[in-house]
Structures are given as C-alpha cells and as structure tokens.
Design a protein around this ligand. Structure first.
Ligand code: SIN
Ligand code: MN
Length: 272
C-alpha cells in the first residue's frame, strides 16, 4: 500500500493519519479471539486494572515466542499494509518493532490514560530521535463514551516536553506536567476524539500529545498499538533498561510478509 502525498502531508501537519477499513471484520474477529485467550495468561507481560484483576495492557504479541505470542499479530505487524506505510512515514526501509501493546479498555472497568507523549518514555529508554511511528488498530469501535483516544492536532511539533512520573493509576508512566499541558492547550486546536469502525488504523507521531478517559459504557474498547522504529534509532544503553517486552532488543529488520494474515495465522508456528 502506497501513501499519497496528501496522506504524508496530513501526518506531517497533524501528527496522525487515519486509515479506515484497513482490516476486515474477520481479521478483527481473529485478533480479538486471540486476545481473549492471552488475557488469561499469568505473566509479567500483562498489566491488570486495579479493579478485579481485569487485563488493562498486554505486551509483546508480535513475536513468535514468549507467553503472549500470537500468530495473527505476528502476521499483522509484518503485513505490507502496515509495514509499507510505516516505512514511507519514517523514510526508512529497515524497521523493527519497538513494542506491541494491546489496551483492553474493558466496559465499566477500563481506566484513564493521562496526557502524555510516548517519546517521553522512549527517550528515557535511550532512544535518541523521535523518529518512530505507531500504528493503532481499532479492535472495537472507540467512542467518546467508551474512552476513545484524544489527540491535540499538531502537538508533535512542540518537541519533547520534560515529563513527570505518575503513579496514580495501575499503569505507572511518564506524563506531561499539568502547568505545561494547560499552557500548550491554550494555544492549540481543541483535542480531537479518535473514533472509527473496527479495522481502522491510525498512524501517529511519538511526540503527539494524547490521552483517553475511563470507559463508562457497557462496551469494550480494545485496541492494539504496534510501534515501528528504524534499526538505526535503536536505543542506546541505559542503566536499568526496561524489560524486553516494552523495549525490544530484537533489532532484526522486519521482512514484509503477506497481507493474507489469516492464512499466515494458521500456518505460523507460534510457541507459547
Ligand atoms: C496510550 O496512549 O499508550 C494508550 C491510550 C489508550 O489506549 O487509550
Ligand atoms: Mn501513549
């Protein structure tokens, strides 16, 4: 799949690009079925909500080994329909997967993600340049009621803001300090809700300011994030690096697979 000049310009201007209908209903069904299976696994690759032990986040579903391995996500991460746009957006052919993260924002229990830039954390991982891109695949229909993501358009151009570590939620991470956030919001366009049909893909820049609220609805809002990083931008050594499932050390460039991810799914030998 080739991106048009207009799509490349949109990403450059807004910091994100929405591509509806990239995955079919059957493919999304297969992805969700595999996450139903994986969310029951007892592993440190999975963060649970404070309430009831429900899975909030599942990592590293894109590799062929490990406790959260998934054939369908292994195939999706390498499918030309994701890999080619990622290569075009980053202007680099040699990419690897920095990490995959499935956020199961489950009905009623699914909780907030505070305003942050992803590169706020990745810089601390030792990544020198914010030249990564994330492909979000909608597995359910995100709405404002069930806790969809919000982006501040163009905010990737503010550069890297000095983040502060927040421990108030089950998922502890680096967020944008409130004073700085308010100051940027005052001079930025209003945040936009990122809604769409399941199967929609959204590519976004690692410095874009984003957040999402609690899921107050009776519907799940599941999504997967596949982060692509150029091999040349792999992290430098840092003291006490985060584990491999969030900061992958598999720097082998991805080889484009097939767009027939369900065929690849049944053929793949993914071992638990
Ligand atoms: C994230 O920004 O990393 C997750 C946000 C969400 O899934 O709502
Ligand atoms: Mn994020």
């Amino acid at each position: 799949m080739q991106l048009s000049k207009q799509q490349l310009d949109t990403y450059e201007r807004d910091g994100f690009l929405v591509m509806p209908g990239l995955f079919s209903a059957d493919e999304i069904r297969a992805m969700k079925a595999d996450l139903e299976r994986i969310q029951k696994v007892d592993t440190d690759h999975l963060v649970r909500e404070r309430t009831g032990g429900i899975a909030k986040t599942i990592y590293r579903v894109h590799e062929a080994d490990g406790p959260t391995a998934s054939a369908v996500f292994h195939a999706a991460a390498r499918s030309p329909r994701l890999l080619k746009p990622a290569q075009a957006l980053l202007g680099d052919e040699a990419l690897y997967v920095y990490h995959t993260k499935c956020n199961l924002k489950t009905a009623i229990d699914g909780s907030v993600w505070q305003w942050h830039q992803d590169y706020g954390t990745w810089k601390k991982d030792g990544v020198s340049e914010p030249s990564l891109t994330t492909a979000l695949i909608m597995l359910d229909e995100p709405t404002q009621f069930n806790g969809c993501l919000y982006f501040i358009p163009g905010s990737h151009k503010v550069g890297n803001l000095d983040p502060q570590f927040d421990e108030s939620t089950a998922y502890k991470f680096w967020v944008v300090p409130k004073e700085r956030l308010l100051e940027i919001m005052e001079r930025s366009p209003e945040p936009v809700p990122i809604t769409g049909e399941p199967g929609t893909v959204v590519f976004f820049h690692p410095n874009i300011l984003h957040a999402s609220g609690h899921n107050l609805s009776r519907h799940d809002r599941w999504a997967i994030y596949i982060v692509y990083n150029p091999v040349v931008n792999r992290p430098n050594d840092v003291p006490n690096p985060r584990p491999d499932y969030v900061r992958s050390t598999n720097f082998t460039p991805l080889i484009a697979g097939t767009d027939d991810i369900l065929a690849a799914d049944s053929a793949a030998e993914v071992t638990a």
